[in-house]
Design a binder for this molecule. Structure first.
Ligand code: 13P
Length: 279
C-alpha cells in the first residue's frame, strides 16, 4: 500500500530503525525496490529524483509505484527526491506522490526557511509529507546527484532547531560527513554533530549518501535519530557491473535481461533492509 513519509517514518524514529530510500527511475528499479520490501516484510521508500524526469514523467513514476505497491503487503512511500523547483513539487503532489523533498540547501537560511514553509503548507494540505535539507553534502565518485561545485557544510544543530520550528517539516536531511556517490578517501562521519542535532530537534532525521558508508557508521547514525537512509549509487554500480559481466557470457533476450536487473537491484536493497533492521 502507498503511504506518506510521516506514516512510514514515525515507527522507525520511535523504535530506532531506519527505512531505506532507494532511487528509482525505471521499471526495474521500482520493481526491485518494492519487491525486495515485500519479500522481506519491510517498508520501503521508492525515491524518484527530480534529476530523472528525462527517464519518466511524474505520472508514470506514480502509476508504476502505485501498481506495484497495490500488490505488496508492506507500506511503500513514493517520494520525490532532491527538488528545488516548486512547480515540479506541485506537479508531484498532483500526480499522487506521498512525499516531496524541497532542497533549498544551497540558499541562504532565511530563503530556505521561507520556501520550505510554503512547500509544507501546500503539501500538508494534501496529506503529503515534506523533507528538507540544511547544510550540504560533498560529492564522491560516480555521484549522479551532487554537483562538482558542491562543498561539504555540516548541519548546525541550533540552526536545525530554528529551521524545524519555522517550517514544520516532517523530516530533516542533515550533513554530517556522508557524500553523494562513493567516498574518495576514508569516510569520517560526524556522529558527534548528529547527536547534538538529535538532542536539539524532535523529527526523524535523514541521511543522504548511504552508498559506501561503513555499516558501523550507519548503525551509529540510526541510534542517533536517523530514520531514513538514501541509497542510489551502489544500486546503479551493481546493476551496471553485473549486466556487463552477464553480457560477456551470454546474449539474453532483453526481457530476460530486465528480470535479471530486477534481481540485481533487489540484492542491494535487501542488504540495506537487513542492515537497517526495519522488519
Ligand atoms: P548515494 O548515491 O551516495 O547512495 O546517495 C543517495 C542519495 O543521497 C539520494 O538522495
Amino acid at each position: 500500500m502507498l503511504v506518506n513519509l510521516k506514516e512510514i517514518l514515525a515507527p522507525a524514529y520511535e523504535k530506532h530503525y531506519a527505512v531505506g530510500s532507494f532511487n528509482c527511475y525505471s521499471y526495474e528499479t521500482f520493481r526491485g525496490c518494492i519487491t525486495a520490501g515485500e519479500e522481506m516484510g519491510a517498508p520501503v521508500i521508492a525515491a524518484f529524483g527530480a534529476a530523472y524526469l528525462a527517464n519518466m514523467s511524474l505520472e508514470t513514476a506514480h502509476a508504476i509505484a502505485a501498481s506495484l505497491a497495490r500488490e505488496a503487503d508492506v507500506p511503500v512511500c513514493l517520494h520525490l527526491d532532491h527538488c528545488s523547483e516548486v512547480d515540479v513539487i506541485c506537479r508531484a503532489i498532483k500526480a499522487g506522490f506521498g512525499s516531496v523533498m524541497y532542497d533549498g540547501s544551497a540558499l541562504p537560511f532565511a530563503e530556505n526557511v521561507a520556501n520550505t514553509r510554503a512547500v509544507c503548507r501546500a503539501a500538508h494540505a494534501c496529506g503529503v509529507s515534506v523533507e528538507a535539507e540544511l547544510g550540504s553534502l560533498g560529492v564522491g565518485v560516480d555521484s549522479h546527484e551532487g554537483r562538482a561545485e558542491d562543498v561539504e557544510q555540516y548541519t548546525d544543530p541550533e540552526a536545525a532547531r530554528d529551521f524545524i520550528a519555522a517550517t514544520e517539516v516532517d523530516a530533516l536531511a542533515v550533513s554530517i560527513g556522508t557524500v553523494h556517490g562513493l567516498y574518495k578517501g576514508k569516510p569520517y562521519i560526524r556522529t558527534d554533530i548528529l547527536e547534538e542535532i538529535h538532542r536539539a530537534v524532535d523529527v526523524p532525521l535523514v541521511l543522504h549518501g548511504g552508498s559506501g558508508t561503513p555499516e558501523e557508521d550507519l548503525r551509529a547514525c540510526i541510534a542517533r535519530g536517523i530514520a531514513k537512509i538514501n541509497v542510489n549509487t551502489e544500486i546503479s554500480s551493481a546493476v551496471v557491473a553485473q549486466t556487463t559481466q552477464l553480457l560477456t557470457r551470454e546474449k539474453p533476450h532483453y526481457s530476460t535481461l530486465s528480470l535479471r536487473q530486477v534481481d540485481y537491484v533487489k540484492t542491494v536493497v535487501k542488504k540495506y533492509i537487513e542492515l537497517f533492521e526495519c522488519r
